[in-house]
Write a protein that binds this ligand. Structure first.
Ligand code: NAD
Ligand code: WQD
Length: 337
């Protein structure tokens, strides 16, 4: 089967393309490189030993998207394409609503015209309301998002839920927790365009000497060591979750939502220590103020994905730190310009 992967040059998309190719799927990728590099596509081809069609296009470009659906017999779509920087979304809300909502709507319309009805969407744990008890189940309350990025995910989920109910789409919404790590080869990984907002790439860039020290945002949370606790999931496990979702999509109609997490909470200092172990040297850090909008703790209930998709995360944070370090040390400046 051929899978159309939007945003397939990005961090999670590139790892998922590699996994799909390894499992015998044909892949077609659309990406406009607004937050990624052609080098990632080149490396996925080299690592997999397989060729695939790549289209440099914006998912909002109706003509370009129509051509892709005409040229290929697409069976299923994975929609990664989107803007994802929380802070930037506060500064540029219209850019975020414009890109993330319009790309999703245009994609659904193009699918409908082409008679393709299966779509897997990259949602996020950020759609959950901050007042929920842990672990977060798929039935936990959503909404009251704290930034425009989160609202775009919340709204796209609703658009897709409605489209499944009335337009005959078969939709799987995947709520990722905190993706980290890199492919075990060290050839592909996370390559933020600017100063990283997320913890793992910040630690990795500090370890490689690109940043002076890590700021630990708050040590007075009600967590075992006072620092924030998150559910860090290896990107290669996440990639496998998408293959499980495709298989689910083949057999079901309607709209279903799954958490993709490990079910295990790890604190900022625990992740830092695990990374230091992978690197074999201390990484400088300073405790600073809390970051506005951060929760103390966030982790997933994983039973639904295990029971229904037959998928569970297998890798540990130690695997993820070793793989991230391999990627960062082999590619200190990421994919380069
Ligand atoms: P990424 O930025 O590395 O990948 C997104 C890709 O989409 C990039 O290659 C970018 O160039 C492309 N893109 C963006 N808008 C586009 C458009 N209009 N047309 C064509 N291409 C476009 O991000 P990622 O970390 O791989 O995330 C993938 C998806 O998962 C995103 O939707 C993101 O919101 C979601 N997500 C990410 C995380 C995370 O922490 N990384 C967590 C939860 C959900
Ligand atoms: C993790 C922990 C910070 C950076 C974000 C988005 C979410 C999702 C995943 C897309 C927290 C602490 C961080 C640093 C630190 N993305 N931290 N120093 O905030 O859980 O989730 O990415 O959907 O929507 O909000 O991830 O990696 O930014 O932070 O101490 O320099 O690390 O306070 O406790 P977060 P993160």
């Amino acid at each position: 089967m051929t899978v159309l992967v939007t945003g397939g040059a990005g961090y999670i998309g590139s790892h998922t393309c590699l996994e799909l190719l390894g499992q015998g799927y044909e892949v077609v990728v659309v990406d406009n490189f607004c937050n990624s590099s052609p080098e990632a596509v080149k490396r996925v081809k080299a690592l997999s030993g397989k060729e695939f069609e790549f289209y440099e296009a914006d998912v909002r470009d109706e003509k370009a998207l129509g051509d892709v659906f005409r040229r290929h017999d697409i069976g299923c779509v994975i929609h990664f394409a989107g803007l994802k920087a929380v802070g930037e979304s506060v500064q540029m809300p219209l850019r975020y609503y414009g890109n993330n909502l319009e790309s999703t709507i245009k994609l659904c319309e193009a699918m409908k015209r082409a008679g393709v009805n299966q779509i897997i969407f990259s949602s996020s744990a950020t759609v959950y309301n901050g007042e929920n008890a842990m672990p977060l189940t798929e039935a936990s309350r959503t909404g009251d998002c704290t930034n425009p990025y989160g609202w775009t995910k919340y709204m796209c989920e609703q658009i897709l839920r409605d489209a499944a109910a009335t337009e005959g789409l078969s939709v799987v919404l995947l709520r990722y927790f905190n993706p980290i790590g890199a492919h075990v080869s060290g050839q592909i990984g996370e390559d933020p365009a600017d100063i990283p907002n997320n913890l793992m790439p910040y630690i990795a860039q500090t370890a490689v000497g690109r940043r002076e020290y890590l700021r630990v945002f708050g040590s007075d949370y009600s967590t075992p060591d006072g620092t924030g606790v998150r559910d860090y999931i290896h990107v290669s496990d996440l990639a496998k979750g998408h293959v499980a979702a495709i298989q689910y999509c083949q057999k079901h109609t309607g709209c279903e939502v799954f958490n993709l997490g490990t079910g295990k909470g790890t604190s900022v200092l625990e992740l830092l220590r695990a990374f230091e172990k992978a690197v074999g040297k201390p990484i400088p850090y300073q405790i600073t103020e809390r970051r506005p909008g951060d929760l103390a703790t966030c982790y997933a209930a994983t039973e639904k994905a295990a029971e229904v998709l037959g998928w569970r995360a297998e890798k540990t944070i130690h695997d993820a730190c070793a793989d991230s370090w391999r990627w960062q040390s082999m590619n200190p400046m990421g994919y380069g310009k």
